[in-house]
Design a protein around this ligand. Structure first.
Ligand SMILES: [Zn+2]
Length: 288
């Protein structure tokens, strides 16, 4: 079933050919002051930006075997269908905005979801130079890590973390790959049901009521229409939802125990302690 191939990590672009050192220096200096210069059409050196963007995107497009650096979706050789992705985001680190080693190409979805989220292992220290070790990054780094050491496509086409990898789940979460995963699952159903099934999949992961969950799975089973592929998808999803339910129950129990422990203690002097509750579930986060 798995017919997709993996990309190798990209060789970094170290020497620009379309800008000389002075021109590149101008961009780096100006960019460090204002990250909007990346897309500012009024910038006096707009032509330099265009040359830089074109060369860097072209380099990484082919180096990455025309795949998104995070989800490995195949890209097309048209600049409008993929983005220059700043690994350390350009609003947080404008000083690295025009450094080719801090850039890769990503699909618009991954790039948009990743946005300005922190990707450094230690987000408390501001690096003076671009961190150069894989361990400096909590997500898989397009030029420092091999994609298939952290992520893979499973037997039903989902992007799945490699067991033991911490970067895999983190990359899935930061780039919100669950959306594409559920979409791919829906592709195993008859065309006329895909939209409905996709919407049910998005909902079933947020349901708490067992009867609602069972009803949804019953409808999905009917829509699977005896197709072995679609039935396998429903079974896999059922397992995953059961795991989620167990996790939620454990989290709830822990939160209740923490509340009870706090209530049993005399009130401390000073401001009241805050209890750590699990954040609200986002249906499109977590490993799918
Ligand atoms: Zn992507």
């Amino acid at each position: 079933m798995n017919t997709m191939t993996f990309r190798e990590k990209a060789a970094r672009l170290t020497q620009l050919t379309t800008l000389d050192d002075v021109e590149h220096g101008t961009l780096k200096t100006d960019g460090a002051q204002n990250h909007h210069l990346w897309s500012d059409t009024q910038y006096q050196h707009r032509q330099l930006v265009n040359r830089f963007r074109t060369e860097v995107k072209d380099h990484y497009f082919w180096q990455q075997r025309f795949r998104c650096c995070y989800c490995s979706t195949e890209l097309q050789p048209n600049a409008r269908v993929y983005d220059a992705e700043h690994i350390l985001d350009k609003s947080g680190f404008p000083e690295f905005m025009f450094h080719p080693e801090n850039i890769a190409v990503a699909c618009v979805i991954c790039n948009t979801h990743k946005s300005a989220k922190s990707v450094l292992t230690d987000g408390t220290v501001r690096p003076q130079t671009i961190p150069d070790a894989s361990t400096d990054y909590k997500i898989l780094h397009p030029h420092l890590d091999e994609w298939d050491h952290h992520l893979s496509f499973d037997e039903i086409g989902r992007i799945a973390p490699i067991p033991g990898s911490t970067k895999g789940p983190e990359t899935i979460s930061i780039c919100a790959m669950d959306g594409i995963n559920l979409l791919r699952l829906s592709g195993h159903f008859a065309a006329k049901y895909r939209k409905k099934v996709y919407e049910m999949m998005c909902k079933v992961v947020t349901y708490v009521s067992p009867s609602k969950i069972n009803d949804t799975f019953r409808i999905m089973m009917e829509l699977a229409e005896q197709s072995p592929d679609a039935l396998a998808v429903v079974a896999t999803l059922k397992d995953r939802v059961a795991q989620l339910q167990a996790q939620r129950a454990a989290d709830d129990a822990a939160a209740r125990a923490a509340l009870a422990a706090a209530a049993a203690k005399p009130a401390p002097a000073g401001p009241p302690a805050t209890l750590a509750f699990p954040p609200p579930e986002n249906p499109l986060t977590g490993s799918w």
